[in-house]
Write a protein that binds this ligand. Sequence first.
Ligand SMILES: *[C@@H]1O[C@H](CO)[C@@H](O)[C@H](O)[C@H]1NC(C)=O
Length: 241
Amino acid sequence: MANPSLLFAIFFAALLVQGGLSTTFTFKNNCAQTIWPGIQDNANSPAFPQTGFTLAASASNSITAPAHWSGRIWGRTGCSTNAGTFTCQTGDCGTGQVACNGHGGNPPASLLEFTLNGSNGKDTYDISLVDGFNLPVSITPQGVSGCQTTSCSANINAQCPTQLQVTESGTVVACKSACDAFHQPQYCCTGAYSSPKACQPSSYSKFFKTECPQAYSYAHDDTSSTFACPTGANYLVTFCP
Ligand SMILES: *[C@@H]1O[C@H](CO)[C@@H](O)[C@H](O)[C@H]1NC(C)=O
């Protein structure tokens, strides 16, 4: 009944109402071993099309996020399936399968955090080591000029202080945050230390900041760790940049 050009117009009007341009995430694995990315949507975010997948060494995978998506991405390492149950040495999301189905990763894990077309009309993104480190990561905006890459390329596992190490068969596979290792309010920025003024960097957070100056090293490390880009960019997420 309706003519094709009218349907076409309605389709594009619906796209505009729904909130504009889509954003493509390209996941690239430059590590020597397989990585299993996990993705968790923030509360109130539309759903990312996948919550976990396998990314072989040298492989890449592109996925289109819905408008206004916000959430976190991390890489799981040392994963295997035993008696039908999938588990990982780092970043495990506890589902027993490759899909994380809404669950977050077990710390320590390097986190990549995104908010697409947020309240300021921009995309914001960061790398967070607030929940520790498991592998080097970077975020590179593509297709829009004037946007900055943020990268944490240091192999922090090799430098990790003994008290923070997570080991598997004698190898350091991840490095805990001081909050995760010691559960104290001054490291976690909780209780009397919840304000940005009260929660100051510790010797442990300074270690992470020295290794990866562009990444969050503790909860209130905002000034040097958040990045923004006009909505419409695509993002390259690299494991072991
Ligand atoms: C950002 O979101 C607003 C509100 O939904 C929307 O009108 C606008 O088109 C979006 N911008 C882009 C570039 O997608």
